[in-house]
Design a protein around this ligand. Structure first.
Ligand code: ADP
Ligand code: ZN
Length: 528
């Protein structure tokens, strides 16, 4: 087939304009579409909101036969198919939510060559009935969406995705395109390996999302801080608020509703009906705020999400970037805001310590959290830091908190030594375990009940730290944890030394710390 022939569905650019109503391709879309249309395999890495769907939808329209899309997002298939049908695309889906009659109808359409796109849940492709159905019709391509599922340890869909490597053996001539928004090199390699895509061309779009303003604020009173953000910068805007636990999702949603904000909760513990209703309000109505665990958002395509807020520290930079990427798909200015504090570090470290899985798995979780902490504590441009994490070089962006109000870095060696010495003294009391609160009370010389009870007012370190206030001490402890100069042990968040603490105590290592801009301003004002 010569490339000058007009394919049956028309040329890609013409399809983009006529069917989807867009003027031009974005980033690498054109190249990907040309490659797959010509029958090539592809591995596509594009940030959330980058425009992955068109990369298989257009080749499916242009090539003869039906494009089979494997997607784990069963809850969204109906919406996706409805949206395509509204554009005049002949689309259908097969999944476990349908009754046999509906299924038979879609199968008949497929066999009659009346479908451009057929969405399937991955587990379907492990059944011989689905495979033989595909044999009897004409498949134009396989699109494997959310392809990182195959590479994620413990992912629900992983076994189904692993089975997809068989597609190539059964249909060696049908091109395959795997798509993901997960960007690390290790994940790409594993996808290519697991899905038998070693000869596929890799397409990597820039992961930059210039319209998103990244901000990470010290956590104080997170719900109040969030409310302030919504009232001052995003009144009436649609947005997503992520919390770690279901309980905190519910409390936060109730709090926002009491404050007059149109907020709804979303987490896996709610019944399916409530979940679907809340998701659909968020998608269809204007200005709804959804408060959710990370169970919410995969595959959600709402162009005008104006902010994504995190009230707890995400477990990895990949997760954070994917979640924040749900903001501003329409390209208009949007905010990614994260509140982060000492308790987050303690909690994450504790969760890893008590997590299931072997030592290697725990080490991996730790490395993920450390990368997230490094992003929080950086004094450089957040975007430079984020993009570098995904292997992209860039210059200061001018549109993140550290670019807009540069934080100072300061020599925190002496305060660090004071904390570490206190930890050493407390460690001598074998049976008793103390967390950050007790250490701060001791440094500030506060005769709290617990200080007096344990005679801690008699320690030589009692009252030696009045140069900082409690919040500042919490900030120093948080940063020492982030830098691996302190560690957390046990269920109570007991602080203990690490292998590196000795260098600081012995004066052989300087400790550089970040001073939050607001705090810096307050300190300067107080000095005047
Ligand atoms: P992803 O799956 O990568 O997260 P989508 O495929 O859902 O992204 O696309 C994100 C949004 O961008 C959608 O609203 C889509 O219609 C829009 N979009 C994609 N490609 C283009 C384009 N070339 N021109 C204009 N809008 C586009
Ligand atoms: Zn910046």
């Amino acid at each position: 087939t010569s490339t000058t022939d007009t394919p049956p569905g028309g040329r890609p650019l013409e399809v983009l304009r006529r069917v989807f109503g867009y003027e031009s391709f974005r980033g690498p879309q054109q190249e990907i579409i040309d490659h797959v249309t010509a029958g090539g395999d592809a591995l596509v890495l594009m940030p959330t909101g980058g425009g992955k769907s068109l990369c298989y939808q257009i080749p499916a329209l242009v090539r003869p036969g039906t494009g089979v899309v494997v997607s784990p997002l069963i809850a969204l298939m109906q919406d996706q198919v409805d949206a395509l049908r509204a554009l005049g695309v002949r689309a259908g889906f097969l999944n476990s939510t349908q009754d046999p009659d509906e299924r038979r109808l879609v199968e008949a359409e497929f066999l009659a060559g009346e479908l451009d796109l057929l969405y399937l849940a991955p587990e379907r492709l492990r059944t011989e009935s689905a495979l033989s159905l595909l044999d009897r019709g004409r498949v134009s391509l396989f699109a494997i969406d959310e392809a990182h599922c195959v590479a994620q340890w413990g992912h629900d869909f992983r076994p189904d995705y692993l089975a997809l490597s068989a597609l190539h053996e059964r249909w060696p001539d049908v091109p395959r395109i795997a798509l993901t928004a997960t960007a690390t090199e290790a994940t790409h390699n594993e996808i290519a390996h697991r899905l038998n895509l070693r000869d596929a061309r890799h397409f990597v779009a820039s992961f930059d999302r210039p319209n998103i303003q990244y901000r990470i604020a010290p956590k104080d009173d997170p719900r109040k801080q969030l409310l302030h953000l919504l009232r001052t910068e995003h009144p009436g805007d649609a947005g997503i608020v992520y919390c770690l636990s279901r309980a905190s999702v519910e409390k936060t949603a109730e709090f926002l509703v009491r404050q007059g904000i149109d907020a709804v909760p979303y987490h896996a513990g709610l019944d399916a009906g409530t979940r679907a209703a809340n998701q659909s309000r968020f998608l269809r109505e204007d200005g709804v705020v959804v408060v959710a665990t990370i169970a919410f958002g995969m595959g959600i395509d709402k162009p005008d999400v104006r902010f994504v807020a995190h009230l707890d520290l995400p477990k990895s930079v990949e997760g954070y970037y994917q979640e924040t990427g749900r903001a501003g798909r329409d390209g208009l200015p949007s905010t990614a805001w994260l509140a982060y504090g000492l308790q987050d570090v303690v909690q994450q470290r504790k969760m890893i310590e008590t997590s299931e899985g072997d030592e290697a798995h725990r080490r991996m979780l730790s490395a993920h959290v450390d990368a997230m902490l490094a992003l929080c504590e950086t004094v450089e441009c957040r975007r430079v830091h984020l993009l570098a994490y995904f292997g992209e070089k860039s210059g200061p962006c001018g549109n993140c908190d550290t670019c807009l109000t540069p934080p100072e870095s300061w020599d925190g060696t002496v305060p660090a030594q004071k904390i570490l010495s206190t930890v050493v003294r407390l460690a001598r009391e074998r049976r008793q375990k103390f967390g950050a609160g007790q250490i701060i009370d001791i440094l500030l010389g506060k005769k709290s009940a617990k200080v007096v009870q344990h005679d801690h007012d008699a320690l030589s370190v009692f009252g030696i730290g009045t140069e900082l206030d409690a919040a500042e001490w919490r900030g120093v402890i948080r940063q020492l944890l982030a830098q691996g100069l302190l560690a957390v042990e046990g269920d109570y968040g007991t602080l203990v030394l690490t292998d590196d603490s000795g260098e600081v105590l012995g004066g052989r290592r300087e400790v550089r710390l970040r001073r939050e801009p607001e705090r810096a301003a307050r300190t300067a004002a107080a000095r005047k």
